[in-house]
Write a protein that binds this ligand. Structure first.
Ligand code: 1HN
Length: 345
């Protein structure tokens, strides 16, 4: 491969003439935008300990009233991107949000898609598109693009959840904005009741008038039971994993990010192949090690980590007698839609 010419090989007067015309030579930057063989991700494998961040999040509850925050969130920022960019990866944003008893986070809607993975506490709820979704540990609640959503809390303990958004992507596209709205009235119907069992879905009489997002809340009791049942049914299966899907289409639950729950059997080690999308791991239950290239993170319950794309990730259940349960988000639907998805094994 030829050594390409550098910017400072060029006469200053020539460079200035280019700049005046809003012109840039490609060749000094060509290798940076098209590196050989594989991308050079900014995304760094990073671990956020829940035990370490929790006191700071609770302190935010004392320092900043909800009215002055709208959403009281500490962003899990990847240092590889620069903390101010508020990115976990190229397309993913992560934040830990705190809602205290009696607090109210008013209704709004926006272009980025969000999901919430409930981390701790009970008594809070989010109303999405008129559907009131109670929050408890491990539940996954969708807030797809354009749907009104607001959060309330009738309980007595702080409630914390992990927000996962495709905000960095939508912001990069210059398509990110929000609208404020009035408090929603709650409509009858709950997707997780109507779509309670995989394999059978409601028959429409006589045409589907349903929404693009028929199921908004995926209760952890159901997801956990599905994993245990899959593990029992297929004792030789390595990747005991389920995908959160739209029950009408069977496709991914949202357009940009893939959402999954994985069970590691007692003592199991599982290597996920090197694929192009970056991924995020949040430990719902158990204790695991996550190895990404030459780094190993030890995750305790409620810890979160991320890994860049094009790298294999090895997950190890540290417990010999209990399963571990992991929530995973990745950029697979986005990569597939763009035609850049790769599995390098
Ligand atoms: C948002 O709307 C929420 O509604 C949380 O809870 C985090 C981060 C960036 C942009 C919008 C929420 C967000 C957000």
């Amino acid at each position: 491969m030829n050594e390409l010419g550098r910017l400072d090989d060029l006469p200053v007067a020539y460079r200035e003439a280019l700049t005046r015309q809003n012109l840039v030579p490609l060749w000094p930057s060509l290798r940076a935008v098209l590196p050989p063989g594989k991308p050079q991700p900014r995304t760094r494998a990073t671990h956020w300990s829940y035990e370490a961040l929790r006191p700071l999040l609770l302190e935010a509850g004392e320092l900043t009233p909800i009215e002055r925050a709208e959403r009281r969130v500490l962003v899990l920022a990847n240092p590889g991107h620069g903390l101010e960019k508020m990115q976990a990866s190229a397309a993913m944003y992560l934040g830990m949000q705190l809602l205290l008893p009696g607090e109210w986070a008013p209704s709004h809607r926006h272009t980025p898609n969000a999901v919430r993975m409930i981390v701790e506490g009970s008594g809070a709820y989010t109303t999405v598109d008129g559907q009131k979704c109670p929050m408890s540990r491990g539940d996954l609640i969708l807030t797809p693009t354009g749907l009104w959503h607001e959060h309330g809390h009738d309980g007595t303990e702080p409630v914390v959840w992990l927000d996962v958004l495709d905000l960095p992507l939508v912001y990069y596209m210059e398509a990110s904005y929000h609208l404020d709205g009035p408090r929603q009235s709650v409509k009858p119907g709950q997707g997780e009741r109507g779509y309670a069992r995989g394999g059978v879905v409601p028959t429409p009489m006589f045409e589907r008038q349903g929404s693009a997002y028929p199921m908004l809340r995926y209760p952890w009791v159901d997801t956990r039971a599905a994993l245990e049942s899959l593990a029992a049914d297929q004792p030789a299966l390595d990747a005991v994993q389920v995908t959160y899907v739209n029950p009408e289409t069977g496709g991914h639950a949202q357009n940009i990010l893939g959402l999954y729950a994985l069970m590691l059997r007692p003592g199991q080690t599982l290597t996920l192949p090197a694929r192009s999308p970056a991924s995020v791991f949040h430990l719902i239950e158990g204790g695991i090690d996550v190895r990404v290239e030459d780094q190993t993170f030890t995750l305790a319950e409620a810890d979160t980590c991320c890994a860049p794309g094009y790298t294999a990730v090895t997950l190890r259940n540290r417990a010999a007698s209990a399963p571990a349960f992991i929530f995973i988000a990745d950029e697979t639907p986005l990569h597939r839609k763009l035609g850049v998805f790769e599995n390098r094994g």
